[in-house]
Design a protein around this ligand. Structure first.
Ligand code: SAH
Length: 396
């Protein structure tokens, strides 16, 4: 087997069982490993540390498959997939009739770097995001088929991060039946239509499941403004749980059409909701100018920060929308505000929202700290897996 030898002192992260080796830590490459090929990793002193996937085009040169000197073969993948599925079965035991969509494999956090698998009803939607994941795609698909017996497995690797690994984008049916374009799922007893072929991520923001429930339990008799609503995940949950009126706001007409479909699926009266198509930064200013107020506002923007260079600008963006959101709340109103940028530290986010409250001249209490749902688990050795954070504020 080909191998790499790390530069002196660069085994520290491996001692902590972190699964990434950056290109700057690689001292010597022994042999000529191909992209995605399994290699052994040794310290400069010659001690064995791990086996992982070689990725010559990426800044992350190696993603570790195992810290034991195991063969990386079919039985390795079967065992990792089984562990990941068993963890989800345990997380959701007792919820089976109210929930049929969740993340089955959360990449690095489940010991399968670059591999995402989400369940939507009878179908599995996959992403292979790293050279190693790509190299073993057939084995992984086979393993999922054997362990989960889905009606079909569909790929949504049409994402730009693949470029960093020297891989082109791809999507399509992998095995079994092609999923219908729109799959109806159930989450916390609420029905959602999900377009798994063209929707964001693998179709739906499964990571917000528990936060949608937090909104739902607070929605009764409140007017709700759901900003960056996508297909109306939060808005539909609020309407089902008795919100007097829900306004979904998004820049995408297709997303808003789907949120209407979701309202109808759950039998919500047309009078109980409306949509605004537009740029939230502009629309929120217009609503403020009109003197509009709401009792509950959700701010769930897309990732504003993709790299360290975007941090400052991203912080400005978060502060701006939070000022507007706070100013649009009635006294006693609730703000559910999120950041899905992994580079935004939770305490920095809290500080930005606190600054926003000062500027908005609104006093607010933090009454909840919100995070990604448990099926988007974070390995203790891979803190990068934690990305979604939010605050529930009650304004005076
Ligand atoms: N809250 C959603 C997920 C939001 S994803 C859920 O739980 O399902 C972010 C959404 O923001 C996308 O639907 C995207 O179309 C929308 N968006 C991006 N930029 C926007 C902008 N400037 N104004 C309004 N919507 C925007």
């Amino acid at each position: 087997m080909n191998k790499i030898i790390l530069k002196p002192g660069r085994e520290k992260s491996l001692i902590r069982r972190h699964p990434w080796i950056f290109s700057g830590a690689v001292g010597k490459i022994v042999g000529k490993p191909e992209s995605g090929e399994t290699i052994q990793i040794f310290s400069a002193g010659g001690s064995f540390f791990a086996v992982g996937a070689w990725s010559p085009h990426s800044q992350i040169s190696v993603r570790v498959w195992s810290f034991e000197n195991l063969p990386i073969d079919r039985s390795f993948f079967i065992s990792r997939i089984k562990d990941a599925i068993a963890a989800r079965v345990a997380m959701f035991s007792g919820c089976e009739t109210r929930l049929n969509a969740c993340r089955l494999i959360a990449a690095e956090s489940d010991g399968l770097p670059g591999v995402i698998a989400d369940r939507y009803g009878d179908y599995i939607i996959c992403q292979f995001l790293s050279a190693g994941a790509e190299a073993y795609r057939e084995t992984i698909i086979d393993g999922l088929q054997e362990i989960c017996s889905p009606a079909g497995i569909y790929e949504r690797s049409d994402v730009s991060v693949r470029q960093k690994e020297g891989l082109s984008e791809r999507a399509g049916i992998l095995c079994g039946d092609a999923p219908p374009e729109v799959i109806e799922i159930v989450e916390n007893g609420i029905k959602y239509a999900v377009n798994v072929r063209s929707g964001h991520k693998t179709g739906f923001y499964l990571d917000q499941r528990d936060n949608r429930r937090a909104v739902a339990v607070n929605a009764a008799n409140r007017t709700v403004l759901n900003c960056f609503s996508y297909t109306g995940g939060f808005g539909t949950a609020a309407a089902v749980h008795g919100a007097t009126h829900v306004t979904n706001l998004d820049s995408s007409q297709d997303a808003l059409a789907m949120s209407d479909k979701n309202m109808r699926l759950n039998g919500i009266n047309e009078k109980q909701y409306s949509n605004i198509e537009g740029d939230a930064f502009k629309v929120l200013r217009e609503l403020r100018a009109q003197g509009q107020k709401f009792d509950l506002i959700i701010l769930d923007p897309p990732k504003f920060i993709e790299s360290q260079q975007q941090l400052f600008r991203g912080c400005r963006g978060y502060k701006d929308i939070n000022i507007l959101g706070l100013q649009l709340l009635n006294p006693g109103g609730l703000l559910f505000t999120f950041s899905c940028s992994g580079l935004m530290e939770p305490m920095l986010f809290q500080k930005i929202v606190a600054d926003a409250a000062l500027d908005a001249k609104r006093e607010a209490l933090i009454v909840g700290w919100l995070v990604q749902a448990p099926d988007h688990a974070v390995s203790m050795n891979f803190p990068e897996g934690f990305y979604l954070k939010g605050l529930q504020l009650q304004v005076r």
